[in-house]
Design a protein around this ligand. Structure first.
Ligand SMILES: C[S@@+](CC[C@H](N)C(=O)[O-])C[C@H]1O[C@@H](n2cnc3c(N)ncnc32)[C@H](O)[C@@H]1O
Length: 294
């Protein structure tokens, strides 16, 4: 496997623009790296599949017709479906809850919306909670999926500002098909010449957040292997922004699954050290990395 660094002089190709601002706040979102990730996609491909959609930063940056966005978290997919069917409805969901919050004490209102979500998980409450919760990190209790994040310290953005984001994101994703499904089912749909971009929950740091305790990277590698053998291109994000240090972040053996790995952002000193003496990056601060089957 060839190792490359995105910030090496002369490496980057021209980049498409990411949306100016995030629509949803989502842990592990790829807003910061979306342009670089898209720049590493093949020059030509047919249908684009994103099986771990989350807040859709990469999908919205690519903004390609005939794409499929999927996630196994139903209330989240319902936000996306409603955005393309009725963007005004999404604006209304947000404004209704924002007005409710501004007329009361902020924390009390937040807790009421959270209780409403927990008694019956739904896209309207989830949308507002992800924008107003502490640190923008929607967490779910392991045992029963209860959303447990406390109220954020900042006042959520105004309905007017949120509406502008809805308009921008609607234009980018209006021709996307959103589906509620597990990644294996989504990846099975891809055919020769299609592209699958995977951003799985990272198994050390994000399992509690997404309630994905059973997530197995080995199973994902099998699904990638299947895609590759059918002639589907696959790009896989790995590592997130966590630090390696004591935390073991090495991957299980990937055999010859990937042709290239690209470090999307690493400091100059790290780059130099790597180039000068070929030291392993194992104990360094590891930034976002993209593995490519092509
Ligand atoms: C790291 S996040 C993706 C973040 C995304 N790239 C963004 O920019 O926001 C991982 C997503 O995978 C979803 N997920 C977890 N396990 C899944 C599974 N088995 N199948 C499909 N989606 C899954 C989670 O609900 C979460 O939205």
């Amino acid at each position: 496997m060839q190792t490359l660094f995105f910030n090496e002089p002369g490496f980057a190709k021209e980049m498409v623009k990411a949306p100016k601002r995030q629509l949803l706040k989502w842990i592990g979102n790829k807003q910061r790296f979306a342009q670089r990730i898209v720049a590493l996609f093949p020059d030509e491909f047919n249908t684009y599949y994103e099986p771990f959609l989350g807040s859709g930063a990469v999908l919205a940056t690519l903004a390609k017709e005939n794409s499929v966005g999927a996630d196994n978290f139903l209330p989240l997919i319902e936000i996306w479906k409603t955005l393309v069917e009725s963007p005004e409805e999404v604006k209304h969901w947000y404004k209704e809850r924002w007005d409710f919050m501004m007329k009361r004490d902020r924390k009390g209102a937040y807790e009421a919306i959270k209780a409403s979500y927990n008694s019956s998980p739904n896209p309207a409450d989830l949308l507002f909670l992800c924008r107003s919760c502490y640190g923008g990190v929607v967490r779910f209790r392991q045992a029963d999926g209860y959303m447990s994040t406390p109220c954020g310290i900042h006042r959520p953005i105004s309905p007017g500002a949120f509406s502008k984001r809805v308009d921008e994101w609607y234009l980018r994703v209006k021709d996307v098909r959103f589906i509620h499904s597990g990644y294996q089912e989504t990846m099975r749909k891809a055919n020769k010449g299609d592209l699958v971009y995977c951003d799985p929950p990272y198994y050390h740091t994000q399992s509690i957040v997404y309630g994905a305790q059973s997530f197995s990277i080995e199973n994902l590698f099998e699904a990638i292997d299947d895609c590759k053998s059918r002639g589907v291109f696959v790009a896989l994000s790995i590592d997130g922004s966590k630090r390696s240090g004591k935390l073991k972040c090495s991957l299980p053996p990937t055999k010859n699954l990937f042709e290239r790995e690209v470090f999307l952002d690493c400091g100059r000193s790290m780059l130099k050290r790597f180039q000068m003496n070929g030291l392993s990056l194992e104990n360094e601060v590891v930034h976002d990395r993209l593995l490519l089957t092509y």
